[in-house]
Design a protein around this ligand. Sequence first.
Ligand code: NAP
Length: 300
Amino acid sequence: MSIDRVAIIGLGLLGGSVGLSCHEHAPQIVTTGYDASPAVRARAAGRGLVGKVCDTLAGAVANADLVILCVPVGAMAGVAHDMAPHLPAGVIVTDVGSSKQSVVEDLTAALPGVSVVPAHPVAGTEQSGPDAGFATLFANRWCIITPPEWANPQHVDALSAFWAALGARIEIMDPQHHDLVLAVTSHIPHLIAFTIVGTASDLEDVTRSEVIKYSAGGFRDFTRIAASDPTMWRDVFLHNKSAVLEMLGRFTEDLTAMQRAIRSGDGDALFDLFERTRAIRRSIIEQGQDDAKPDFGRGH
Ligand code: NAP
């Protein structure tokens, strides 16, 4: 099946980027959009994030072949419930949420008889809102599609072709496995960044101005991640609870081993780990998932 009309619900970083990317890479697709916030709708119309910004959810989805939910994962169930009576026959409903198991459950429960094929484009920045999106966000980034077992294979293929047209690389994955993998690669790193930035700002014997003044020592790289959208990340941790807690248990054990190595002067243990982690950075660059420039290419 071909996808000619796409409705984007939630016009922030992800929704705006999907709309702009459609205009650039698949201009034949007609896009409509809706956001709960009138201010966001006005800004989305001003930036031309979608072909037509609608004032109602029902209006945005009325003629769609594909509906993409680009709202925080905690809002997915409510949006699905509200749009259910207005969906046209044969529509595919997908999303871009950062956790997948709860989204599969929420969407399939709210949309009985509707083709639901959840997905997660692993692409983003620490910015949010209708000014944050850009057309090249998905270029050469992975989009993980997590169909439920009963999904229509033709719809999975159609969604894969849609994301590939926006420049993404496609992977099909079981939702539970997705949540474990992303707990390690995204959710725990964010939790660590939120925590270390919080710890530094709470220290009583180091002033806040010193933390900021000397941040180039490493702290500022954590602050980029820790500046991410609070609503989005609150929802990710509440909706990927078991995978995050499992991986956090592993991380805590490894951190304790590092603590022991430092206390006992075990330099070999520290050196071996740091050598391994440096090789991981090299692999990310070799696979085109980051820039090779030193210090993230900052001007010096
Ligand atoms: P965002 O920039 O904050 O955009 C979300 C938009 O959805 C906001 O404009 C929000 O409006 C709107 N919204 C909230 N509830 C709504 C509802 N019930 N109906 C309609 N609109 C609603 O967030 P984002 O970064 O695009 O994230 C969207 C989704 O993408 C999340 O599920 C997130 O997990 C996923 N994701 C994010 C990234 C990333 O790096 N940011 C990467 C991959 C996937 P208000 O602001 O007025 O609430």
